[in-house]
Each structure stands twice: as C-alpha cells, then as structure tokens.
Design a binder for this molecule. Structure first.
Ligand code: NAP
Length: 292
C-alpha cells in the first residue's frame, strides 16, 4: 500500500511519518514537490504517485497572519484540499485531513459535537471550515479529524513559547478565559494510523470526527504547569519568571479572535474506532520530560 503524506515537516506531519510507516510505503511530498498555493500542480504531483491513501497534514496555520492573507489561507486550507479530495474520490482513494476547534465560535461551556453548527470567528477558522465542506462534498472515502491546541516536542508551539519567555521575563501574563485540551501530535498520528487501517476495511465509517485529549484547561493553567516542571528541571537556573498572572483574552489585541470554549466531544471517535482519548496532562508530561 502506498500513502502520500503532505505536510510532513509540520508537528502532526512529523509524527505521521513514524506512525504510518507500518501500514505501507509512505511517500512524503514537501512544499517543493507539492506547493498548496498551486492547487492543480499539487493534485498532479500527488496523482503521479498513484497512492492508495492521501494524508494531508499541510495547512496555513498562522492564525493572526491569516487575517491579512485571507486568499492565501483559503487556497492552502480549502481550495487545494478540496481539489485533492475530489481527485481522491474519483479514484477511490482514502483522503485524510485535519481541521480545528476554530471552526466554532466558542460560545457556552459544553464540549462541541460534530453536528454542532460551525460559526468561525476568524479567517483561519473560515478557511478550515470551507476545507471540511469541500472534502465532504467531494463524496469519496474520507476522514477529517478536528483537533485542538496541538503540540509536539519539535516545532513551534505554546510550550516552547512559555519556556522561552520564562528565561527572558520576570513576569508573565497568560490568557485564562479560553478552554481547551492540549493534544499531542504523536497521539493524533497514532489515531490516524489506527483509523486508516480501520477505514480501508470499513470505508462506510469515514467522515468527520472530533479528536482531542480528554479534559480541559486554560492557557494560564497550562503555562503554570509548564513553568512548575521547568523549575524542577535542569532549566531551573535559567528561569527568570517569578510571577505568572491570569488575564482575559481581551487583554491582548490579536488580529484574529479566538474561541473561549474549544472543548471537543470525542464520543464518536471512541464509539466507532474504540479509541479513548488520554487525559491531556499525560501527553504534556511526556513531552516536558523529553524537552526538559
Ligand atoms: N497547531 C494547532 O494547534 C492545531 C489545532 C487544531 C488543528 N490543527 C490542524 O492540524 C493540521 C496540522 O497542524 P500542525 O500544527 O502540524 O501544522 P504546522 O506544524 O504549522 O505545519 C504545517 C505544515 O504545512 C506545510 N505547509 C504550509 N504551507 C504550505 C504550502 N503552501 N504548500 C505545502 N505545504 C505547506 C508546512 O510546510 P513548511 O515546513 O514547508 O512550511 C508544514 O509541513 C492542520 O490542518 C491544522 O489546521 C492544528
């Protein structure tokens, strides 16, 4: 079996390169071979590989920058994945893709279900929602995993930012009114491999699934945990932060609005694939042990 992997240099893509290998031959096409700003060329590059499965972890993920580059975000997150999914549908190829909690407006406190109505607050969220819709419309066998707050030991993410700032600043202020579950790229990649094997046997189980770690926290509580672990590690001598303060998201003027409630109900993933999300603290502890 041949799997074409797009976005292998990203957080989830890097983990997928490891998790998909036991399933078959993994051919990673990077931006040089498949640039998502050129939709037709990307489809042609993928088609030349004659894959059995396409896994797309490539995306425009700069949430704030997207506000000033809406056409680019749309092309990378919606137009190109949509065309790839159409090609996949025409050739009976399974298409796997990732989406985001940012498709929701973040109202309320209840974890969002797959059939809740999206109402994105940002250009990024709209582009991800349009991508989902185009993939579903393509009508072929597909899997879209909506996830949240992704981290990997490698790559730029919140944890790396907090560790850097903690070595530079005596005081940190961190947002305390946005709730979600930090989710490990390694776990997402394992889920993907398991689900791909399942869907090759039972394509009728394809569709949209919420896929995030269990439980919920705020960026502030998450940062406090990262800082506490850093203080117990070899990094302790370099930590300059003596105080970390909770603030509302409104204290920061970011270009893109972010949802307050990013909790995702993963019951469907559990029911269909038999996969129970691990508590978010588990993967974060493993990543911190690795980094620190
Ligand atoms: N990060 C999160 O918190 C989060 C949360 C929810 C959902 N998601 C979704 O999860 C998926 C993966 O996210 P991630 O955090 O792994 O992303 P990431 O680390 O930012 O990686 C993005 C990947 O996309 C590639 N890419 C960007 N522009 C491209 C282009 N024009 N042509 C080809 N490739 C391009 C990048 O390649 P280069 O190395 O060449 O730039 C990189 O491999 C995305 O669909 C994202 O929307 C992420």
């Amino acid at each position: 079996m041949k799997i074409v992997l797009l976005g292998a240099s990203g957080q989830i893509g890097g983990a997928l390169q490891r998790s998909l290998t036991p399933l078959g031959q993994v051919v990673a096409l990077g931006r040089a071979e498949a640039d998502f700003t050129a939709p037709e060329q990307t489809v042609a590059a993928v088609a030349r590989q004659q894959p059995d499965v396409i896994v797309n972890a490539a995306a425009y993920t700069a949430v704030d920058r997207a506000e000033s580059e809406p056409a680019l975000a749309r092309c990378i997150n919606a137009t190109t994945p949509g065309l790839l999914a159409r090609w996949a549908a025409q050739h009976g190829v399974l298409f796997v893709h990732y989406s985001s909690d940012y498709v929701f407006d973040g109202s309320g406190q209840r974890p969002w279900r797959e059939d809740d109505a999206p109402a994105p607050l940002s250009v990024y969220g709209r582009s991800k929602h349009e991508g989902e819709a185009l993939i579903a419309q393509a009508g072929g066998p597909h899997l879209v995993l909506r996830t949240s707050w992704v981290y990997a030991a490698q790559g730029r993410n919140f944890v790396q930012t907090i560790l850097r700032l903690a070595q530079e600043r005596p005081h940190l202020t961190v947002v305390d009114d946005q709730w979600g579950a930090p989710t490990s790229a390694d776990w997402l990649a394992e889920v993907t491999a398991h689900a791909v094997a399942h869907l090759l046997r039972r394509p009728q189980d394809g569709g949209l699934y919420h896929c995030a770690a269990a439980g919920a926290t705020t960026w502030f509580a998450y940062a406090a945990l990262v800082l506490a672990r850093a203080r117990q590690s070899a990094l302790a001598a370099n930590i300059k932060t003596t105080e970390i303060l909770p603030v509302p998201g409104s204290a920061y003027s970011t270009a893109a609005r972010r949802p307050h409630n990013s909790r995702l109900d993963c019951g469907r993933l559990q029911a269909v694939f038999g996969l129970a999300p691990p508590p978010w603290q588990q993967g974060v502890a493993r990543m911190l042990a690795h980094i620190l």
